[in-house]
Ligand binder design. Structure first.
Ligand code: GDP
Ligand code: IMO
Ligand code: MG
Length: 409
């Protein structure tokens, strides 16, 4: 069975936690897009792990993990991360693989990323990891792939500086390199999880362009950069938070505003520990946005949703959700493509009663307070998509499963 997990908002939805949870039963986890711009957190009894390039299945000793073709891989960052895993007593040797068709990120890409950013009239707020540069060079056919390290006809034509930088990685990367098409064919009967990075609204094609990343964050990315075709995928899960966050610039129609919304933004940021894993930047916070979530359900053809961070609302008297936008007096229910419209959108909200009790200990849906159940049912109705998994805390075990995803319905 092949299961895809993607972010349904602007990233940081808790994909790492959910992929780790589901990976207990997976043979393989494949990351299919992005690079070291991602930051996926997994919290276990032993430690907190922050993963940037390595897929979140790595904590299960029997799970094999793949950095897929659609990724842009900074080899320095990769070995730093693998070193950190070793120092956290995670033995990864022999079960981390890298697609020979993935592209490499060089230090000069990072420099150029920052330079371009400093020259933009309206900066995107990139992570400075060279991601946009790597994908641009890939599209203009000037990139360097993992396979090129071992192809003298290509390698010898690189600049002297690039050759010198890359030379040590020929040997270091060698044991990891695979042909992903062959690998996936050999694993055609295995349980494979495809781990998305970033989120639907940061996707290059369907996100809030140009305030997006440069990879394919939507479910389709699994079949572009994951080594299988669309028919090879059985189920797609979209992860979303009980509220919204965004790091970096760009439109955010439901962002909390001091004057209008008071202290709620700061409260959520502290309760939800909303600071970037990769850059440490405070995340912008806002109401759950049903206009955006409905859009995410549609562009990813989601089979089901995974709701995270529900516990962050434990102490709130009321919970507000955006059900539509008011744009210059007009009610808008479909996610607009125009940045100007998104910037002018005012959230039309609906209020729900808070549950005013702790829920992190709940292990079944019917143990949740009725107000929380009502909130969940409302989202399901609005999106016409079932919420199969509910996360009520950052710990691996604080997860409620209503319908196990490893079966095809
Ligand atoms: P990802 O990029 O989608 O993997 O998400 P991040 O790891 O960047 O950010 C999610 C943050 O929320 C991490 O600090 C997680 O440990 C934490 N987290 C995940 N699920 C929950 C949840 O249900 N409740 C709370 N309170 N925190 C969560
Ligand atoms: P995960 O996988 C949240 C944002 C950056 C910036 C924009 C472009 O942890 O959910 P880039 O460096 O990719 O060119 O930056 O995208 N961004 C993310 N925001 N979560 C992420 O990944 C992100 N990866 C990139 O903040 O606004
Ligand atoms: Mg993250």
């Amino acid at each position: 069975m092949k299961l895809v997990v993607i972010g349904a908002q602007w990233g940081d939805e808790g994909k790492g936690k959910i992929v780790d949870y589901l990976a207990e039963r997976a043979d393989v986890v494949v990351r299919f897009s992005g690079g070291a711009n991602a930051g996926h957190t997994v919290v276990t009894e032993q430690a907190t792990y922050k993963l940037h390039l390595v897929p979140s299945g790595i904590l299960y000793p029997n799970c094999h993990v793949v950095l897929g073709t659609g990724m842009v891989v900074d080899p320095e960052a990769l070995f730093r991360e693998l070193g950190e895993l070793s120092s956290q007593h995670v033995s990864w040797e022999g079960r981390v693989y890298l697609s020979d068709r993935a592209h490499l990120v060089l230090p000069r890409y990072r420099d150029l990323d920052r330079e371009l950013e400093s020259k933009r009239r309206v900066p995107i707020g990139t992570t400075g990891r060279g991601i946009g540069v790597a994908y641009s060079l890939k599209a203009s056919r000037d990139g360097i792939r993992v396979a090129d390290l071992y192809d003298p006809s290509i390698f010898s034509k690189l600049s002297k500086e690039d050759q010198e930088y890359l030379l040590p990685y020929q040997e270091k990367l060698k044991p990891l390199v695979i042909d992903l098409a062959r690998f996936m064919y050999d694993h055609r009967n295995s349980k494979v999880l495809f781990e998305g990075a970033q989120g639907t609204l940061l996707d290059l094609d369907v996100g809030t362009y140009p305030f997006v990343s440069s990879g394919v964050s939507i479910a389709a990315g699994a079949s572009l950069g994951g080594g299988v075709g669309p028919k090879g995928i059985d189920k797609v899960l979209g992860v979303f938070k009980a509220y919204s966050t965004r790091v970096g610039n760009g439109p955010f129609p439901t962002e909390f505003q001091g004057e209008r919304d008071g202290e709620i933004g700061n409260r959520i940021r502290e309760l939800g520990r909303e600071y970037g894993v990769t850059t440490g930047r405070p995340r912008r916070c806002g109401y759950l946005d049903m206009v955006a979530l409905r859009y995410a359900c549609r562009v990813n053809t989601l089979d089901s949703l995974v709701l995270t961070h529900l516990d962050v609302y434990d102490d709130f008297d009321e919970i507000r959700v955006c059900v539509a936008y008011d744009i210059e007096g007009k009610k808008v229910e479909d996610f607009p493509s125009q940045i100007g419209m998104l910037n002018n959108a005012k959230p039309i909200t609906r209020v729900f009663k808070g549950w005013k009790q702790k829920i992190s200990h709940c292990s079944r849906f019917d143990e949740l307070p009725k107000e929380a159940q009502e909130y969940i049912r409302f989202i399901e109705n609005e999106t016409e998509t079932p919420i199969d998994i509910i996360s009520v805390g950052y710990h691996r075990n604080q997860t409620i499963v209503r319908r196990g995803p490893w079966t095809v319905s």
